[in-house]
Design a protein around this ligand. Structure first.
Ligand code: SF4
Ligand code: F3S
Ligand code: FES
Length: 254
């Protein structure tokens, strides 16, 4: 038969305390970890708290840590593990637990709100914007983000370092700032905004030492480090040490 009994170890608790609980539970061919969590709810743990929505890797809700690795539960096939493995499911470590597998990801929404929006070009209506395909392509990759916050969870700058959260936006939001800074039509400076200064001084780009853990866990395979964070660092360095290089790069982009 293609069914078997798997050993699961699931974190149960709340903001104050908790512990890992062991379960033995049926697994059928083609199932993902989220299916097993749902079967636990239906059978042995009816009050197990879990956040999910689409079951298709698109809503970014079902983020958790499976054997210590940040993953989407709905996109993690049980066939990844051997039937004799014990599969440990724990809540995202970087954010406060609300209950069981559900964490409070408010940190991320706070960081999102701190980033000033796109400033449209003066005197142009939205239908009149013109961009080169090359510029469109660059930001299209970043816009695949489903806001699962797995990258935010894994980054060592804030994982186990509550004290860095104030000064560091995390890879998802540094990438958002890179996206805006690379946008050829963004006129933030017209509103007195300096995105390159802000990303360094207010959002902690300098904390990132390009370990690429964020890129490794991204379920959308966005090259966060290579395509957003490193280019952003290079721009900031150019500008810091050589204002003419920076000015030149701005002019060439138009
Ligand atoms: Fe998730 Fe990738 Fe977006 Fe980070 S960049 S929040 S890992 S989809
Ligand atoms: Fe963190 Fe990614 Fe940089 S994991 S240190 S933001 S490369
Ligand atoms: Fe939507 Fe997993 S349930 S991404």
């Amino acid at each position: 038969s293609t069914s078997y009994e798997a050993k699961f170890r699931v974190w149960r608790g709340d903001a104050d305390s908790g512990e890992l609980r062991d379960f033995t539970i049926e697994v059928n061919e083609g199932e993902v970890v989220l299916d097993i969590i749902h079967r636990l709810q239906a059978t042995q743990a009816p009050d197990l708290a879990v956040r999910w929505n689409c079951k298709a890797g698109k809503c970014g809700s079902c983020s958790a840590e499976i054997n210590g690795r940040p993953r989407l539960m709905c996109m993690t096939r049980m066939s990844l593990f051997a039937p004799e493995d014990t599969i440990t499911v724990t809540p995202l470590r970087t954010f406060p637990v609300i209950r069981d597998l559900v964490t409070d990801v408010e940190f991320n929404y706070r960081k999102a709100r701190e980033i000033p929006a796109f400033v449209p070009p003066a005197g142009l209506a939205p239908g009149e914007y013109r961009m080169r395909q090359e510029d469109v392509g660059r930001s299209q990759e970043f816009r695949k983000c489903i806001e699962c916050f797995l990258c935010q969870d894994v980054c060592h700058v804030v994982r186990d370092h509550e004290e860095n959260k104030q000064a560091f936006a995390g890879p998802r939001f540094l990438m958002r700032m890179a996206e805006l800074d690379m946008h050829p039509l963004d006129e933030a400076s017209r509103e007195g905004l300096d995105r390159q200064r802000a990303v360094q001084e207010e959002h902690g780009l300098g904390f990132c030492n390009i370990t690429k853990c964020c890129t490794e866990v991204c379920p959308e395979s966005i090259k966060i480090t290579d395509n957003a964070l490193i280019p952003m660092k290079e721009r900031a360095v150019d500008r810091k040490y050589d204002p003419l290089v920076w000015l030149g790069s701005k002019i060439r982009r138009r």
